[in-house]
Design a protein around this ligand. Structure first.
Ligand code: ADP
Ligand code: G6P
Length: 735
């Protein structure tokens, strides 16, 4: 049976060796806690790092370690201390983590750690290949393993590979500062589906793909040669039932079976019954804004001194990545801040901040969640923040107020909480006042909506949605693959060609015979292309037409001396065997002076765009513009033109980075059909790459061989990957 292979750096359990005994503790962090709920030992295998380095594991304990992991449905990737240093503490957490959280000044760009990162990603990829079968579904997680999808795809092209990023994907302006930005993007594009927590991260990623790799993105799909990659957002949920049930059980606890922590919390609650407990839980990480939160709390106590002795802030910080200098500095800063604020404000009976620096068992987390009146979560940047969701899920009586940073991914789905900007202390202080004084009915009304949403879109639904989408994507790719002009089909096409009596070939120029160029005039034919066309044109009983949107002037310069048949301006002009172009259609161009000024105003406002003026059409090219901006302007221009030309029998054609305004009804399809009527053809072939060629594919008879260049939606029967392949294919026509 097919399995799901989950791969992440951190496994859901961390192993320790004490006196020759192996113990396993649950991992903290959103990825491990969330995915743990969807990982079931029999249907999935989780591959990752055990938390121990190779040097830590005595040879004789190795089998025991593997067994302990197997019991959790896990398999380990062995990493040496040096590898952990370069890959984990180095590139992952000193380069990518700060950069992706917009802490540009903390990011270190070191080639040595990049090299280790690549080598360790290869180790993970090899472990996947070793531990999985062809039909298994592979799900790679997070920023530590961004090169893995490409590495697996290279060896196993038919595997379904999903990738999910648990951290923000930064804007292009930030991402482009990374020296290895293209390698990272290419690594990710090995996946068939790439998921993010929010639409913003998705949009940032697509923008980087367009700008840095120059790839075509249509809506949320990216075409790379013979593959279509889907990019989408899936906001991660929590195991709602686990938290709400634990809270229900917790409520029923009698004094005897309450935890030590709960008893201490009770004492404090009972000593000042109207005092409010404010909770914050995070890994000790600069992205979580813990230091700012402490300062904001101090600001609150100064601004509203009447709340002294009436509130207490509980800070639970879990030790994290303590080998990284920035984390050590942060720890020191927080220790000092807590000391200073407590020193300044404490009274005989009250300390404003309780600070825990440790991991806690699940039961204690529930103690804290259920005992706190307010959760104050103020990350400066956070991919999602599951703690916010967990707090709400444990509020079984629906009371409690969540104050949440707008910069957390979860803020997108938690509008009913009090959203704050973590840098605005006044706003935080005011939100605290609002939370402290919020009537119970209002708390319940807000939490009812939040709970419903969290219960519905829980982590299981999240994982199922992702998987469903990944499998659908694989199907789509298979459909495309079935259209790929295979060597076998090509053999039979060529056989048919040679067996036919009268043959007709239509060849589009740009994007088919020749690749695109920043300056269209520079995309002229090379010697090899002339040679190829000469030979095809010389084939017996074969009529070849170059069919293009190009103007007659350009085609005259490039091809008239070759005496090829040519159809120019999308079917307006015809030139046969070296004769001058004549009109194939009786059409007007008196509309051009009216439309040109509109195009000019778009050129003025869209750097890099320009107008191409043909005899009977006007084209606005935007290949050299900023890709996002150009696309936006093209949509705007289409809207402006469509309303203007409605009564003029004109049409706007959307080609490859070009909009063309021309007479309606004139197109390559109509021109091709006219040529078809000139003889009794028993072999018809057409090849082209863009939207304007679809008219040909549509109009030609059913038995015509129609071929699209590039993997896109098409009416053509087949497709080929790129212009290089087109030339290889055409060579086969030559006897
Ligand atoms: P991140 O993934 O950046 O650490 P999240 O808020 O998304 O942040 O996830 C943190 C996860 O770690 C939550 O599921 C939370 O319950 C768990 N966690 C946080 N603090 C502790 C702690 N002190 N002890 C145990 N688990 C913790
Ligand atoms: C975040 C990351 C995870 C990581 C977790 C804990 O949630 O997205 O990939 O596992 O933090 O960090 P750690 O470095 O301890 O694995």
């Amino acid at each position: 049976m097919a399995k799901t292979i989950i791969i992440s750096n951190r496994l859901p359990v961390q192993l320790q060796i004490e006196n020759g005994h192996i113990t396993a503790t649950p991992s903290v962090g959103g990825l491990a806690t969330g995915m743990k709920s969807v990982h079931s030992g029999s249907d999935s295998l989780w591959i990752g790092w055990s938390g121990l380095t190779k040097e830590n594991i005595p040879k004789e304990l190795e089998p025991k370690i593997d067994k302990a992991l197997r019991e959790h449905g896990c398999s380990k990737v062995s990493l040496t201390e040096e590898e952990i240093e370069g890959f984990y503490f180095g590139f992952s957490n000193r380069t990518i983590w700060p950069l992706f959280h917009y802490f540009l000044e903390y990011s270190e760009f070191e080639s040595a750690s990049w090299e280790t990162f690549k080598a360790v990603n290869q180790k993970f990829a090899d472990a996947i290949l070793k531990n999985s079968k062809d039909d298994d579904v592979i799900w790679v997680h997070d920023y530590q393993l961004m090169l893995v999808p490409e590495m697996v795809k290279a060896k196993r092209p038919n595997a379904a590979i999903g990738f999910f990023l648990h951290v923000p994907f930064p804007s292009y302006e930030i991402f482009r500062t990374l020296p290895w930005r293209k390698e990272i993007l290419r690594g990710l594009l090995g996946a068939d589906l790439i998921g993010f927590h929010t639409y913003d991260y998705e949009r940032h990623f697509l923008s980087s793909v367009r700008r840095l790799l120059g790839l075509e993105v249509s809506f949320n799909e990216i075409n790379v040669d013979d593959r279509v990659i889907k990019v989408d957002s899936f906001p991660m949920g929590i195991d709602y039932k686990k938290f709400s049930n634990a809270a229900k059980v917790h409520q029923k606890n009698t004094t005897e079976n309450q935890s030590e922590l709960q008893r201490r919390l009770n004492v404090h609650k009972e000593s000042t019954p109207d005092a409010k407990l404010i909770l914050s839980i995070d890994r000790l990480d600069y992205s979580k804004g813990i230091a700012k939160r402490l300062k904001a709390f101090e600001y609150f106590l100064n601004k509203f001194p009447e709340y002294k002795e009436k509130v207490r802030l509980i800070i639970l910080a879990v030790p994290s990545r303590s080998n990284v200098p920035q984390y050590q500095l942060l720890k020191k800063e927080i220790d000092e801040l807590v000391g200073r604020i407590n020193g300044e404000f404490s009274t005989v009976s009250w300390t404003p901040i309780w600070y825990f620096y440790r991991s806690m068992p699940f039961e204690n987390l529930i103690d804290l969640y259920t005992s706190s009146d307010i959760a104050l979560l103020t990350p400066i940047r956070d991919g999602m923040n599951l703690v916010a969701k967990e707090y709400i899920a444990t509020r079984t009586d629906k009371t409690g107020v969540l104050i949440l940073s707008e910069m957390a991914g979860s803020a997108n789905e938690m509008n009913e909480s009090l959203l704050i900007n973590p840098n605005n202390f006044d706003q935080i202080a005011d939100a605290l006042i609002q939370a402290i004084n919020m009537p119970k009915e209002e708390q319940m009304a807000r939490n009812t909506i939040l709970q419903k949403r969290l219960e519905r879109y829980n982590v299981e639904k999240w994982a199922n949605d992702f998987m469903k989408s990944l499998l659908e994507q694989r199907e789509t790719t298979h459909q495309y693959i079935s259209k790929l002009l295979s060597n076998k089909t090509l053999d039979s096409v060529i056989e048919q060609y040679h067996a036919s009596k009268r043959k007709l070939l239509f060849l589009d120029y740009d994007g088919t015979l020749s690749g695109f160029h920043m300056d269209p005039q520079k995309a002229g034919p090379d010697e090899k292309l002339y040679d190829l066309l000469d030979q095809i044109n010389a084939q017996e009983n074969t009529d070849v037409y170059l069919i293009s949107g190009r103007d007659t002037g350009t085609f005259n310069r490039w091809f008239l001396h070759k005496k090829y048949n040519m159809i120019a301006e999308h079917g307006v002009w015809l030139s046969k065997e070296g004769e001058d172009f004549t009109l194939l259609e009786q059409i007007k161009n008196d509309w051009m002076p009216k439309i040109k000024p509109i195009l000019e105003s778009f050129v003025d406002r869209t750097p890099g765009s320009f107008i191409e003026e043909k005899n009977f059409s006007l084209a606005w090219h935007y290949r050299n513009t900023d890709p996002d901006f150009g696309k936006k302007r093209a949509a705007e221009l289409t809207t402006v033109l469509t309303s203007l030309i409605a009564n003029d029998n004109l049409t706007v054609l959307s080609g490859n980075k070009v909009l063309e305004i021309k007479s309606s009804g004139v197109n390559k399809g109509r021109a091709a059909v006219k040529m078809l009527a000139e003889n009794d053809y028993d072999f018809i072939f057409a090849i082209g790459d863009d939207w304007t060629d679809e008219y040909m594919f549509e109009e030609l008879p059913d038995d015509a061989i129609t071929v699209k260049v590039g993997m896109q939606k098409t009416q053509a029967k087949y497709y080929v990957e790129n212009t290089k392949r087109v030339r290889e294919l055409l060579l086969r026509f030559i006897k």
